[in-house]
Design a protein around this ligand. Sequence first.
Ligand code: ADP
Ligand code: MG
Length: 321
Amino acid sequence: MTEDEIIATYFRPLSGAEGLALGDDCAHLMPDILTRGAILNMDTLVAGVHFFANDPPDLIAAKALRVNLSDLAAKLAQPAGYLLSLSLPSSIGENWLSGFSVGLRRDQARFGLALWGGDTVSTPGPLSITITAIGLPTQGRTLTRKGARAGDAVLVTGTIGDSALGLRVLQDDAFAESLNPADRNTLVEHYHLPLPRVGVLDGSADDVTAIMDVSDGLALDLSRMCAAGEVAAIVDAPHVPLSKAAARIVESGAASLADILAGGDDYELLFTVPADRARDVIARSGCRVTQIGRIEAGEGVRVFDSDGHLLNLQRFGHQHR
Ligand code: ADP
Ligand code: MG
């Protein structure tokens, strides 16, 4: 298949009006949809680094889209469109492209966005997928990771650690065999298919003082939030929300809370609100939200266990370089 045939067969059917049927080199955004500006984000996923080359193509597509949507969610932006750059090794055939486009189609419908353009090239290297996502702000102000204030509550959506444990299931046979099959599946599913928290905090935007998504490990991302805001954070480790599967693993000693706090790929939202607003925000949000700690004056992140002892975090999280 030529590049033009690939675009016509698999990508044109996914395109929105702004993409001019992917036949005209560019997309055109009209000012009527940009009344509050646009939020832009780009993420690249490389086979062997961010996913396994033999993962199902529809899941690869969904993950590539969702890691971007998680960043838009942290700006409380509504997804609108995306650009897709594909670097394809010669081993990629029509079955793979078909599965990939099915995965994109499913999540476009679920999260309400359309394909606006992209690029398709051959590569002697690994499969690589770059997505630029474009979102529309739902707020008049720009929400950032900077702005947490002493006294604020630190909150997080969903549960922490499942994706990192899912990755460990895929890499560590002894660990995988120590788990019951249901837990094993839940964790691997979480690794393959994060759930971006699009829209869940829209009702609480006025209360949010700082916000970011957790992708490189809760401890590391919280330390980045603290650095940006020139504040410190205290985390109560027993309050960090764990799935039943993750709780059983910590209980058994097969992974520690420190591992959970340093594990990556959560794609949850980490945010702060004034302490007296925390209860309302938790009640109003569109998913599970938990207070895990508080902001203080100073710098850095300190995590305390149930006995009030400071946890020694050897590894804070994941950085590419
Ligand atoms: P050019 O020759 O200008 O680089 P291309 O042949 O790369 O143009 O692309 C033609 C059209 O197809 C453009 O509208 C481009 O945005 C779109 N396109 C190419 N690859 C993709 C892709 N992977 N996903 C979506 N649109 C694509
Ligand atoms: Mg091109």
